[in-house]
Design a protein around this ligand. Sequence first.
Ligand SMILES: [Ca+2]
Ligand SMILES: [Ca+2]
Ligand SMILES: [Ca+2]
Ligand SMILES: [Ca+2]
Length: 334
Amino acid sequence: MKHIFLLLSLLIFTTTLCADNYMDLLATMEGEHGKSQVGEGVAVLDFNDDGYDDVVVGSPKWGPEGGNEEYHWGRIYFYLGGDPFDADADFTITSPNANWNLGSHVANIGDVNNDGIEDFGFTYRESGNGNFVNILYGSTQCDTVVDFTYKLPWTSSWIGPITWMGDINNDGYDDAAFWINVDWTFDYYLIWGGDTLSVNYFGNFGLSSYATRIHGVGDVNDDGYDDFEMGYNTQYPDWSFRNVFYYGNDGSAPYEQVILCDSLSTHNYYIPAGYPAGDFNGDGKDDFWGFLGYNLKKVWFNTSVIDTIPDLIFQNPGGGLSGDNAIDYGDLNK
Ligand SMILES: [Ca+2]
Ligand SMILES: [Ca+2]
Ligand SMILES: [Ca+2]
Ligand SMILES: [Ca+2]
């Protein structure tokens, strides 16, 4: 999760600093056919542990008939980093059936089995059979065999992305999270990292909407436990939303929470929950984006007690990123 803040920062400052931040185009990935929706999901991790970060791109509307089929299949492409980096996929995972939309949700979930190599997660709905969370452990063998799978049996529901949480219980294993929409409310789950992964119900939050988020923000109060944030709609159709910050702990007590934002918004279809922000003020500690709306972003600096007052506010009336519409990317060609 070391690089997630870089592109966010770049895009936010692009309007004022573009002359100083020119970047060469490294590669262009194209879908195999029109309507393939390539790039809906993007993740970056060093999946084969060779020191080059790798790019994973989802194309959830890929289909064997060139996108002319009625239902979406989906394909996930792995582009291994190297010098030079190229845009030829090294291997793929392809949906075996229609209507899986494979590749909508792909993520670097950190090192959940604590072997020193970043791991890859993806979620999808298998039509008529349920929703699935799949995890591939990164390895030098670099295979696409699923190492962990978890099935949620409801066929009328739909699953959201799997997300990086950091090590919120400070046991040395990174943790992850996901949510699932069940009858238009949202059940959230935590995946505890370990030699054996376990899935645990966290709670039900939010109402009818596709806008809901849970994500790690790093250890922003510097107590050794990574912290996280959740964002969700609180009513429908008014698009009220709530952003809640949670302190990580050893799991022996409920998570202490701080409501960072609780307001009505007409333009936040993507609920603006948090992300790591690197070290904005140079004190060597994790800061975080506590709010990522379309035209408004807010940063909180690391401090022992998180309050509702952001330390930095960025306003870019022309638009900008919202939620996690940003790429987590690294150093693809060293
Ligand atoms: Ca690599
Ligand atoms: Ca690992
Ligand atoms: Ca952990
Ligand atoms: Ca903490």
